[in-house]
Write a protein that binds this ligand. Structure first.
Ligand code: NI
Length: 175
């Protein structure tokens, strides 16, 4: 079932999410299914449970071709629960991000260039991956949602924040 996506300004986006305690339950599987349906309907690259008002440490991400990010490489479809993200070096880079909770806007955001992420899937199976590029960026963006952080809070130069239709007129209309 599709869920409305909360928008920036909603206090529920600013909470620290709680750990998932029990895996492989019908409720958890239903939540994951609902999140994929919601993300796909919105053409998102990722979605965090707090964005639909569920205050749990659960994010999903992944896509093959995404009209909102036409130049991004494939990221495997992933369910990541109770994640821990660790940078693999001091290196950072900046790239443009958007967020389904901040519709119509993009900002230039610094992120760790390469990270390890660890956690569990919805069945309780351990996940541990070392990633870089857009994959690393998406993970950091989604996991920020679990700590009440939205990407505009990380923009260094607010001159690099604006409307998608102005910054990237070649992208398909969205939102
Ligand atoms: Ni987001």
């Amino acid at each position: 079932m599709f869920h409305p996506i909360l928008k920036m300004g909603d206090a529920r986006l600013l909470r620290v999410a709680e750990n998932v305690q029990v895996f492989d339950t019908p409720e958890l599987h239903q939540l994951v299914a609902d999140m994929f349906e919601t993300m796909l309907a919105a053409n998102g690259a990722g979605l965090a449970a707090p964005q639909i008002g569920v205050n749990l440490q659960l994010v999903i991400f992944g896509f093959k071709n995404n009209p909102r990010y036409p130049d991004a490489a494939l990221v495997p479809e992933t369910v990541l629960i109770n994640p821990v993200v660790t940078p693999l070096s001091e290196e950072t880079d900046e790239a443009w991000e958007g967020c389904l909770s901040v519709p119509g806007l993009r900002g230039l955001v610094p992120r760790w260039s390469a990270v390890r992420y660890e956690g569990f899937d919805q069945f309780g199976q351990r996940i541990c991956r070392d990633v870089d590029g857009f994959h690393a960026r998406v993970v950091q963006h989604e996991c920020d949602h679990l700590n009440g952080v939205l990407y505009p809070m990380r923009i260094r130069d607010m001159a690099q924040f604006g409307f998608t239709e102005v910054l990237f007129p070649e992208l398909e209309a969205e939102e």
